[in-house]
Write a protein that binds this ligand. Structure first.
Ligand code: URA
Length: 238
């Protein structure tokens, strides 16, 4: 693949800009400065630098972000900054679809923290977010009051959060501290956790997602930080 095409595929701008980056001596491949935008490179496993920043070629992007509070999971946020502003520009610009760049796999509320996955692989996004696949998501809840065993039983048995629709239930639910619960959902209706807890009369005060399927939010990923998924993590999710 020509280096200019590789840069374009990885989100470094228009074809013209990508050619310009090479011509201006801003692109290094395996320690060597390139000057010819048509220079062929082997994309798979390629390590390269653009303006001094190291990148690894990724045919598709799969990442995790530790979402901080105060960010919206939307490309067109209303009142809060977008989570996408926490990612470097090439990740926001990859691909050439109607909505370019990586997309969050589902949404977390503005005030919810924790594990958010993002990708530009449409099939992967569909599979992970489809209600048919029941990918379990684990939430850590701080509640207004200590949870009672009756509330836990109701959450497991199913509660109605929308008049006229079927009850929704937690796949797992257990106390995790004086005013804390750990709750697992295999579906993702709008504000589902908060509405379920409101339905049992114990509102959520803080909500954090700690796990999606086999993937746990790593303790060393600080709020606001992102990283690529390791191949083994991706396999485990799939
Ligand atoms: N359920 C909610 O109520 N909010 C979230 O952000 C995620 C799940």
């Amino acid at each position: 693949m020509q280096i200019q095409h590789l840069l374009f595929s990885q989100g470094f701008g228009t074809r013209r800009i990508c050619a310009g980056l090479v011509e201006q001596g801003l692109v290094e491949v395996e320690g060597q400065l390139l000057t010819d935008p048509t220079q062929s490179v082997v994309a798979q496993g390629l390590r390269y630098r653009v303006q001094g920043v190291q990148w690894l070629y990724q045919e598709r992007a799969y990442l995790m972000l530790n979402k901080p509070a105060g960010y919206e999971c939307s490309h067109r946020p209303g009142a809060w900054p977008s989570v996408y502003t926490l990612l470097p520009a090439p990740l926001r610009q990859r691909g050439a679809g109607a909505v370019p760049g990586v997309q969050a796999l589902g949404r977390l509320d503005q005030d919810t923290t924790g594990l958010l996955l993002l990708s530009d692989d449409g099939r992967f996004i569909h599979r992970m977010t489809s209600p048919r696949h029941h990918v379990p998501k684990v939430y850590e809840l701080q509640l207004r009051d200590p949870p009672t065993s009756q509330q836990v039983s109701r959450l497991l048995a199913g509660v109605t959060i929308e008049a006229g629709s079927d009850p929704v239930r937690a796949a797992a639910c257990s106390a995790a501290g004086a005013q804390a619960l750990q709750l697992t959902l295999t579906e993702g209706k709008y504000h589902q956790v908060k509405r379920m807890l409101a339905a049992v009369g114990n509102p959520v005060e803080r909500l954090h997602r700690s796990r999606i399927g086999a993937l746990e939010l790593p303790a060393d990923l600080a709020p606001g930080q992102w990283r690529w998924l390791q191949p083994a993590e991706l396999d485990a999710l799939r």
